[in-house]
Ligand binder design. Structure first.
Ligand SMILES: [Zn+2]
Length: 389
């Protein structure tokens, strides 16, 4: 275990309430004011609880919040690129007092955890949008979500109920254990919210030529409505790994975060969090974690360098250009390796693939493996109501 990369801050945070104390905590929560968590905030709470956000141990208070927004680091200087915040209503903001406990509840009223109020403060929505999302455009889903949540935040340490473990959900500690058991010293993480098509397979395999293992870590928290649902994606990963990867070199586990679509800031955060899961390397491709046309193709790779690269962030980025199948090369390629014209390259947009699938057309094997295409075809041919968008 000791050979693995250290978590940010030196050790994994654990904010879970021990099983023996759950009944008492639940009873106490009955008498406390409640704050309802959005799906994204609930995902953050889970990630804090298991140490994926180490050294963060609660929702950010003002000093950390402003430092993250302005300088992409916590107040103590630890690199961190996304503000982890909890919104409250005007009325709650007026009533909550420092040191008081509040119950954190999901939309159905279920208890998720407890927060000790450190500070109630106002976020600078315009500044945060400009610095974190690089746009104040309401059409950006992350900016829109922030405006909807409103400007009032409560920060403070949290204690969180035990997780309901999913079959493929591994905590950072469990992931580190799995890595140690496999005797891997170098591990590359691949963040994805899409089926793994040939281009992604190529990136992960080029990376695997140089490191001991691959953590395929699909994000399964909230995404845009037009992203492919997690259960369908999981079936795609399953058939791909079974047919095209050596089992002893790959670990598949879910990453419970929600997407913010903050592009460069989010891509660097994705790598920092994977360091906490025990990964030494992280793939940063083109248009990482972005949406629309808000970010330059390689902005995430540039931000990684600007923030100090491996030396400061503690993980090595494998940077990739746009990759594709080239009919003339008869292989996967990129502008770095292929001299041929664009007519030789198989490139399909997500929209084009969705159209092919819903029209019953064949997705070329040079774009996606037939087993993956079959999973997608079945998902897309379901009757309306169940269909993917
Ligand atoms: Zn070529």
């Amino acid at each position: 275990m000791s050979a693995l990369v250290t978590p940010l801050g030196g050790s994994l945070v654990d904010r879970r309430i021990p099983q023996a104390e759950v009944a008492e905590a639940a009873q106490r929560a009955e008498g406390l004011p409640a704050v309802e968590l959005s799906p994204s905030e609930a995902a953050d709470l889970e990630l804090i609880a298991d140490g994926a956000y180490s050294p963060i141990s609660g929702f950010l208070t003002r000093g950390d919040y402003e430092s993250v927004v302005d300088r992409a680091e916590l107040a103590g200087g630890t690199p961190w690129t996304l503000p982890i915040t909890l919104t409250v209503t005007e009325q709650q903001a007026a009533e909550l007092k420092q040191g008081q406990e509040v119950a954190l509840r999901d939309a159905e009223g279920g208890l998720c955890g407890l927060l000790t109020v450190g500070e109630v403060f106002r976020r600078d929505v315009e500044r945060e949008a400009g610095e974190v999302y690089r746009t104040t455009d309401d059409a950006h889903p992350g900016v829109r979500a922030m405006r909807t949540g409103g400007p009032l935040l409560v920060g403070g340490e949290v204690r969180v109920l035990p997780a309901q473990a999913g079959a493929l959900a591994l905590t950072p500690a469990q992931t580190r254990k799995a890595i140690a058991e496999r005797d891997w010293t170098t591990v590359v993480a691949f963040q994805t919210r899409n089926p793994v098509h040939r281009a992604h397979e190529y990136l992960t395999k080029v990376a695997l030529e140089q490191v001991d293992g691959l953590l395929l870590h699909p994000l399964v928290g909230a995404t845009k409505d037009d992203d492919i649902p997690a259960p369908v994606r999981m079936r795609c990963y399953d058939v791909l790994l079974r047919n095209y990867y050596p089992a002893h070199r790959v670990l598949l586990a879910t990453f419970p975060a929600a997407m913010r679509y903050a592009g460069p800031r989010e891509a660097v955060y994705h790598g920092l969090v994977r360091r906490n899961y025990g990964c030494t390397h992280f793939i940063i491709g083109r248009d990482a974690a972005g949406v629309g046309n808000y970010y330059g193709t390689y902005d995430a790779q540039l931000l990684y360098d600007e923030l100090g690269g491996a030396e400061r962030l503690g993980y090595t980025a494998f940077k990739f250009e746009h990759t594709f199948w080239c009919n003339a090369c008869e292989s996967m390629a990129s502008a770095r390796t292929c001299p041929h014209d664009r007519e030789q390259h198989v490139m399909l947009s997500g929209t084009a693939v969705r159209k092919l699938l819903s029209d019953g057309g064949e997705v070329p094997h040079t774009f996606t493996r037939p087993e993956v295409a079959e999973v997608l075809r079945q998902a897309y041919s379901k009757p309306a109501g169940e269909a993917l968008v």
